[in-house]
Ligand binder design. Structure first.
Ligand code: AMP
Length: 213
């Protein structure tokens, strides 16, 4: 039974937000909203905002708040009130968090904590299956056949922003803009810190121990 929980995932790029959220929604009736995935979908579909969005994604910078906030609010408004929601990658700065506060009461801000060293290894080796969204890693979790999804044999793809130069900028953007949210949610007494430098199944086990979904 859904408990109408409102959860946000905070953490550096590569901290496992998407992986952990995707696994949790297999076990519970939760809506997973990832702003990064929404933007990538807009690019794939060549949508009206794709050129503008791409200019930010390829530099590892944040898409402007007016675009992002409106998009997220619309998506949330279309979700039935009773459903639990995980916001992955939003908010990403204090202004977005203040905007979110006006219509979405965060129950848990889960901070997936990880070192920069592991982030760089994770992101540089990341490959995703375009069919089933399973995430692999050349260094830690390689597919059985190089470049091929174990499950559906699709050709794995690398995100275009997972290159060394953009990764550096994404980390800088994270520390400049997103990191202050740790204190923001600590002050609201809903911050939960989780070590995310471990296997995602362990992270999920720890989250399940803490939150009764
Ligand atoms: P992610 O998949 O979460 O790593 O996001 C990929 C890229 O999408 C980021 O580097 C940003 O350019 C953009 N993005 C994702 N979420 C946001 C957000 N909340 N605000 C602004 N830009 C975002």
């Amino acid at each position: 039974m859904s408990k109408n929980l409102k959860i946000i995932f905070l953490g550096a790029p590569g901290s496992g937000k998407g992986t952990v959220a995707e696994k949790l929604i297999k076990d519970y009736d939760i809506v997973h909203l990832s702003t990064g995935a929404i933007f990538r979908e807009e690019l794939t579909n060549n949508g009206p905002l794709s050129e503008k969005i791409n200019s930010y994604l390829e530099k590892g910078e944040l898409v402007p708040d007016d675009i992002t906030n409106e998009l997220v609010k619309n998506k949330i408004n279309n979700i039935h009130d009773n459903r639990s929601i995980i916001l992955d990658g939003y908010p990403r700065n204090v202004d977005q968090a203040k905007f979110l506060d006006t219509f979405f009461k965060v129950d848990y801000a889960i901070y997936l904590k990880i070192s920069d060293e592991v982030v760089i290894k994770r992101i540089s080796g990341r490959m995703t299956c375009p069919t089933c969204n399973k995430i692999y890693n050349e260094h830690f979790k390689a597919p059985k056949e190089p470049g091929i999804c174990d499950i559906d044999k699709s050709l794995l793809v690398k995100r275009s922003d997972d290159n060394p130069e953009t990764i550096k900028n994404r980390l800088k953007t994270y520390y400049d803009s997103t990191f202050p949210l740790i204190d923001f949610y600590k002050n609201k007494n809903c911050l939960v810190e989780m070590d995310s430098g471990i296997e995602s199944d362990e992270v999920i086990k720890n989250i399940k121990e803490l939150i009764s979904f």
